[in-house]
Structures are given as structure tokens and as C-alpha cells.
Design a protein around this ligand. Structure first.
Ligand SMILES: C[S@@+](CC[C@H](N)C(=O)[O-])C[C@H]1O[C@@H](n2cnc3c(N)ncnc32)[C@H](O)[C@@H]1O
Length: 257
């Protein structure tokens, strides 16, 4: 007997919103298993497999699944990343709340379970730019990316589909105020860091991401101001160069303020 409807915070709700209807889901690092429980209770997916490397979270997940009467539809397996999944068991894979580097290890192209996956929905805690670059190089296509806020922290959620780099949306789409190709030439480092979709979409949360980065760079530059060594001067020049680009990008993307 289902106990009650499960409510997700904005971060996991953004992940859930990208899960294709009817997909066989693998939720890696499922922990409390709230994501698969929510998706099955809402009828988005018929069933799911959750994995977690640690026994404790999985036990909590099992209790939550049982409480909702879903033990027959959500299987929880202990193990590293995709290892507990057999090939073809997951058409869509969600990984939320881990660093981008760990996600890349989990998404090792040699993994049999990855071969059957058509969609990846990823919410990295950090290392997003390295994750984007590596998955684009592995011929995944970034179909959607959005920022969401929970408890004053901004998270990015990406949906990846199998595809060729030439199909990549945002690769030449127009951005907020002008032609994207010209803008990418003007701000290539910003595009390399966040692109291709987030800078093209703009929005208030992306502005805060840019501002957080300029804040970090300004503080680092201030700390280096009094240093006299040659290495410190080189670092300071580089920081100032990047800071100028980030500030120009912000005033170009948000011209009215
Ligand atoms: C911060 S929690 C995130 C839980 C949930 N996905 C969320 O976003 O709310 C990360 C979970 O990933 C698990 N984990 C870490 N490394 C893992 C790995 N290599 N394979 C599977 N699970 C892993 C941890 O045990 C932990 O339960």
C-alpha cells in the first residue's frame, strides 16, 4: 500500500523531468532511491534499477521502496556504477549528486550496460566542463542543459543522447543578441567552459554562474597583487585576462544593466 506521494527538491525534479516516458531506467548512486520511486509512482516509467556502491544508502533505499509498495518494480543492487547492470537493462541512465570525474569513470564506454543506453541524464556536483568535453568527444550529443537552484546553490542538469558531434544543438544556433559563430569567436573560452547550450540560453541563473566565477577570479587576483615572484606575475596576468573576458561576456549577454 503506497504510503504517500514523494516530493522531490528542484535539483532532482529537474533530473526527473528529462527521463523519457516508458524508459527502462538505471539510477546510479541511487542512495535513498527517491528518484526512481518518484518516477514509478508518477507513471513516467514502469520500473527501474538503482545501484549504489555503499550498503547503508542502499538499505535506506530498500526501506523507502518497500514503504511505497514498489519492491516488485524497483530493484536495488549494490556495486560500482553500471557494473550491477547487464547489457540492455537500462535505456536511460541517471547519475545525480556526484562529481563529473567519477561520472566519466562510471560511463566507461567499455561497459556492456552502457551499450544499450540511449539517454544519459547527469547532474554533476562539479567538473561540468570536463564532463561535457569528454562526452562530446565520445560522440554523445548534449540535447538539453538547464540550471536549477536549490538551497541557494546552482546545479546543472544535462540530457545526453547518442549522436554525432555534427548534430550537436547550439553548435551554430543564434544566441541572445547576435550570431553565435561570431560570439564563439569572441568568447571561445567561455564557450569551452560552459557551452554549447548554457551560454546560448542565457537566463538569470547563468548570469549568477558567470558572476560567481568572476568573483572567484577577482579574489584570487587580489591575493596575488602583493606577490613579487615571476610565476605569481604570470598567474596574475592570466587571471586578469580571463576576468576581462568573463566580464565582457556578462555585459554582452546582459546588456541592459
Ligand atoms: C550524494 S549521493 C546522491 C544521491 C542521489 N543520486 C541524489 O542525487 O540525491 C551519492 C551516492 O552515490 C553513491 N556512489 C558513490 N560512488 C558510487 C559508484 N562508483 N557507484 C555507485 N554509487 C556510488 C554514494 O554511495 C551515494 O549514495
Amino acid at each position: 500500500m503506497p504510503e504517500q506521494a514523494v516530493k522531490l527538491g528542484p535539483r532532482l525534479a529537474a533530473v526527473a523531468a528529462h527521463v523519457p516516458h516508458g524508459a527502462r531506467l538505471g539510477d546510479i548512486g541511487t542512495d535513498h532511491a527517491l528518484l526512481p520511486i518518484y518516477l514509478v509512482l508518477r507513471g513516467v516509467i514502469p520500473s527501474a534499477i538503482g545501484t549504489d556502491i555503499r550498503r547503508g544508502p542502499l538499505a535506506a533505499g530498500r526501506r523507502n521502496v518497500a514503504r511505497q509498495g514498489l519492491s516488485g518494480r524497483i530493484a536495488l543492487r549494490q556495486g560500482d556504477g553500471l557494473a550491477p547492470l547487464r547489457g540492455g537493462e537500462a535505456e536511460a541512465v541517471t547519475i545525480a549528486g556526484m562529481g563529473g570525474g567519477l561520472m566519466l569513470e562510471i560511463l566507461d564506454p567499455k561497459r556492456e550496460a552502457l551499450a544499450g543506453a540511449r539517454t544519459l541524464i547527469l547532474q554533476p556536483q562539479g567538473g561540468a566542463s570536463g564532463l561535457r568535453r569528454a562526452l562530446l568527444a565520445r560522440n554523445w550529443r548534449l540535447a538539453a542543459e538547464e540550471l536549477t537552484e536549490e538551497k541557494e546553490r546552482i546545479y546543472t542538469v544535462m540530457r545526453w543522447e547518442r549522436g554525432a558531434a555534427t548534430d550537436q544543438p547550439g553548435a551554430s544556433a543564434p544566441v541572445a543578441a547576435g550570431g553565435a559563430d561570431a560570439d564563439r569567436r569572441r568568447f571561445p573560452e567561455v564557450w569551452a567552459e560552459y557551452g554549447p547550450l548554457l551560454p546560448a540560453a542565457g537566463g538569470p541563473l547563468f548570469r549568477r554562474v558567470l558572476q560567481a566565477e568572476t568573483g572567484r577570479m577577482s579574489r584570487a587576483a587580489a591575493a596575488l597583487e602583493s606577490a613579487t615572484g615571476a610565476v605569481a606575475r604570470v598567474l596574475l596576468d592570466e587571471l586578469r585576462r580571463r576576468l576581462k573576458i568573463w566580464e565582457e561576456m556578462e555585459s554582452w549577454l546582459y546588456p541592459s544593466d
